[in-house]
Design a protein around this ligand. Structure first.
Ligand code: NAD
Length: 361
């Protein structure tokens, strides 16, 4: 591989790099270190959080913590609805919680973040999906149809326990779409205006690891899960460090206004956004191509998604074609910075392509 392929001249010229202070512990069985990590943070009454279907994991966490736990709140839900945050806040206050242990995916970790924002108490996260929220200071709370998002260092988990055994039961379909959510963070991080050489290295390695992990899930699940989590860590770190662009804005519009499933929308849209941005972000495309084993980056990603069984068409996840122009209008309102200027006609063509499930071009 040539040196030129790896160089990112404009990111090297001038950049700011800020590392977030997370303690990351990785490996099979590391969930057993929960008690010492909670104690290190000085917590004596940690509250465990989960979704209803993952309550068993929270119970295991509670058993590990023994006297240093104060209870379980198992009502975490997708998109962090404000009524769930209020119920969990009341429960946390009742039991005198002085720390939070989130065992689950982005929805459970999202609830922990909303509580940390209100109560100012630390989070230990043990992720069971690959979407990467555990590595970011970004929170979101939904009230009615509006999801309010923000950044605050207080919501960034202080300790992350990456234990591959926790995601062994994640169905393959959910594994693939949550991994594509992570891949989207890395791809947009590679062309972010505020990217730097370290986040670019992490992004490329993150994509490589997570795709390798997904490809191994069926035959060697332990190794596959481990690679996926390692990739999720890297991709989530990129999301926490640099700004996102057109892809994330489109997915927020599709999820927020049209109620499409978040992770599935990511998997469908990403190759098409890469094709839209390709000529404006050649360094990013070269990195994504290397991470995927070569070829045109948008097409290689589309092919990987198809081969892994990810959904490919917006029409298959409930998007009415007649509303695509409205998606373009909303995307161009309060738009995020993007390497290629937003052009309504080209965006509509992108969405029509993604709606039909065609290969990106
Ligand atoms: P999720 O947390 O919504 O989980 C999806 C479903 O899978 C839930 O029913 C959950 O109970 C179940 N589940 C989770 N892990 C499982 C396992 N190991 N085995 C079996 N079932 C399991 O999924 P997600 O994709 O991780 O999270 C999506 C949410 O995270 C979205 O709301 C998204 O906006 C948010 N997110 C936030 C950030 C951030 O930085 N703030 C980053 C990425 C995603």
């Amino acid at each position: 591989m040539t040196r030129e392929l790896h160089s990112e001249p404009d990111a090297r010229r001038a950049f700011t790099y800020v590392a977030l202070p997370a303690r990351v512990i990785f490996g099979e069985g590391v969930i057993k270190r929960l008690p010492e990590e909670v104690e290190r943070l000085g917590c004596r009454r940690a509250l465990l959080l989960s979704t209803p279907t993952q309550r068993k994991l929270a119970e295991q966490g509670m058993a590990l913590l023994g006297a240093n736990s104060s209870g379980i709140f198992d009502g975490a839900r997708m998109h962090v609805p404000v009524d769930v945050v209020e119920a969990a806040t009341r429960f946390a206050n009742e039991v005198g919680a002085d720390g939070l242990v989130a065992i689950g995916g982005g929805s459970t970790i999202g609830l922990a973040k909303a509580l940390a924002l209100r109560l100012g108490i630390p989070i230990v996260a043990a992720p069971t999906t690959y979407s990467g929220s555990e590595m970011t200071p970004i929170y979101g709370i939904t009230e009615g149809a509006i999801k309010r998002t923000g950044r605050d260092p207080v919501v960034a988990p202080r300790v992350v326990l990456y234990d591959p055994a926790l995601s062994l039961g994640l169905p393959i379909g959910l594994s693939v779409v949550s991994a594509f959510n992570a891949i989207a963070h890395a791809c947009e991080g590679l062309y972010a205006r505020d990217r730097n050489p370290v986040t670019s290295l992490m992004a490329e390695e993150g994509i490589r690891a997570i795709v390798a992990g997904l490809r191994a899930l069926a035959d060697t699940p332990e190794e596959g899960r481990s690679d996926c989590l390692y990739g999720a860590w890297l991709c989530g770190t990129v999301l926490g460090a640099v700004g996102m662009a057109l892809h994330h804005k489109l997915c927020h519009t599709l999820g927020g206004t049209f109620g499409l499933p978040h992770a599935e929308a990511h998997a469908i849209i990403l190759p098409h956004v890469l094709a839209y941005n390709a000529r404006y972000a050649p360094f990013a495309m070269a990195a994504i191509s290397r991470a995927l084993g070569g070829g045109d980056a948008p097409v290689a990603l589309y092919t990987a998604a198809r081969d892994l069984g990810a959904p490919l068409a917006l029409r298959d996840i409930g998007m009415p074609q007649a509303q695509l122009e409205e998606v373009v209008r909303l995307t161009m309102t309060d738009s995020y910075w993007n390497p290629r200027p937003l052009e309504a006609g080209a965006l509509l063509a992108l969405l029509n392509n993604a709606w039909a499930g065609h290969a990106p071009h």
